[in-house]
Ligand binder design. Structure first.
Ligand SMILES: Nc1ncnc2c1ncn2[C@@H]1O[C@H](COP(=O)(O)OP(=O)(O)O)[C@@H](O)[C@H]1O
Ligand SMILES: [Mg+2]
Length: 401
């Protein structure tokens, strides 16, 4: 039998419409995080507290200058603050309930997956590019941590999203500045080298020749004076050689001329002659030149590292190794000296001390390389620097030089 419902009266329609508007407003408020609790419409008017809904806590989250999110394990956004919505240029009500994946590239999604799994135990960080809805990219750091969700087996992930735009800009600025400092330093070194070569070395050579003439002219009978003149000549010879060495270090013309392998060899030989510390050198033979910037950076890093060995290490031996991977070249300088606490390198006040290690890192970073320092007290120091190579110049098999 067919029963037809009586048509609702206009009063009932108005009441239903009002409830619909009410429900819509409630949903909107929940999505925007403006609600602390929902009172059920059942007989007892049951109260459902919304997770994390304490007012003060929400105020804190909203006043943060970082994005804050809670997500399900499959990256559905349960809660987001306004800051995150602004970051991705998307209305909050559209963010909430949607997937976090839409704001990530395919690569970043792949990187995020294992981190979400590990978030329970460790809390993880990831650098990503957020894809905002207007097509712009926002560099951001995600800090992920699983939140305790007592009484529920569902996993809730908490995420703090830090906009890195400003810090990236500052980093770029600092890098440019450091590069400028390095450029100026190189230019000044070149100038000093030219002055030394054009003036001091010429003068020293002239004095050296005169002292030889003086020694020749002094009669054999005038023994002590002649010996003194010969000693003077010898000292002047040593001085000229030292000035020549300093000039060469200041402006490594030999680097431009002969390339990195040759300079590694002469630098190591000279170091042993000067300090008595043996250098074990193992290099690939580079059959093609590296980019000039890379060669200079590697040479300056070696110089600085050897200077540190001489000044601080009390080492008996240093090993210098140059190897070539497919798309990079690696230089390792390792000594067997006293080492130091590389987590907290000693800082000496009132001098330029402490800039050596920093300078090495910056030189490497500027040409896209990475420098790592492994040192421990009484366990020597190992400096490893890897430089990427633009193309693939061929090298022969490794051989000791
Ligand atoms: N090869 C090394 N062996 C032992 N200590 C080292 C070595 N290299 C660096 N250090 C320590 O690290 C500190 C910082 O080095 P660096 O930045 O080059 O500054 P500086 O050489 O001017 O003191 C040094 O003062 C020294 O204590
Ligand atoms: Mg130093």
């Amino acid at each position: 039998m067919k029963t037809s419902l009586p048509a609702p009266s206009s009063r009932e329609i108005a009441a239903l419409r009002a409830r619909l508007v009410d429900a819509d407003a409630t949903l909107h408020a929940i999505r925007n995080g403006e609600v602390d609790a929902v009172i059920g419409s059942g007989r007892q008017g049951q109260v459902f507290m919304l997770a994390g809904a304490e007012h003060a806590y929400r105020m804190l989250i909203e006043s943060m200058h970082e994005g804050a999110l809670t997500l399900t394990a499959d990256k559905m956004i349960l809660f987001a603050n306004q800051c995150f919505a602004r970051m991705v240029k998307c209305p909050l009500e559209e963010v909430t309930g949607g997937s976090f994946r839409r704001f990530l590239s395919v690569t970043d999604r792949t990187l995020l997956r294992p981190l979400m799994k590990r978030a329970a135990n460790t809390g993880s960080k990831l650098q990503v590019q957020l894809h905002a809805t207007d097509g712009s990219l926002v560099p951001a750091q995600l800090s992920i941590r699983e939140l305790a969700n007592e009484g529920s087996k569902d996993v809730i992930i908490g995420m703090v999203v830090t906009d890195m735009t400003a810090s990236r800009r500052t980093e770029a600025l600092l890098r440019a500045l450091t590069h400028r400092v390095v450029q100026v330093q190189e230019a000044e070194r070149g100038q000093v080298a030219a002055e030394l070569h054009d003036n001091i070395t010429q003068l020293l050579c002239a004095v050296l020749m005169r002292s030889q003439t003086l020694a020749d002219q002094l009669a054999i009978s005038n023994g002590p004076a002649r010996d003194e003149a010969l000693l003077l000549r010898k000292l002047l010879g040593q001085t000229a050689a030292e000035v020549e060495r300093i000039t060469r270090n200041l402006r490594p013309g030999v680097l431009e001329l002969l390339g990195l392998d040759a300079v590694l060899r002469t630098t190591s030989t000279e170091f042993t002659a000067r300090t008595g510390v043996a250098v074990k050198l193992a290099c690939v033979v580079l059959t093609a030149r590296l980019p000039a910037d890379t060669e200079l950076a590697l040479y300056r890093i070696l110089q600085e590292a050897l200077k540190n060995v001489q000044k601080h290490a009390r080492a008996r031996q240093v090993s210098v190794q140059l190897t070539r991977q497919r798309a990079s070249v690696r230089l390792i300088i390792q000594d067997d000296g006293i080492g130091f606490d590389s987590e907290h390198p000693p800082v000496k006040r009132g001098s330029s001390s402490g800039l050596g290690l920093l300078g090495m890192r910056e030189r490497a970073a500027y040409v896209g390389g990475v420098l790592s320092i492994k040192a421990a007290r009484r366990a020597g120091t190992k400096i490893t620097v890897s430089m990427p190579l633009p193309s693939t110049p061929k090298t022969s098999t490794p051989s000791d030089l």
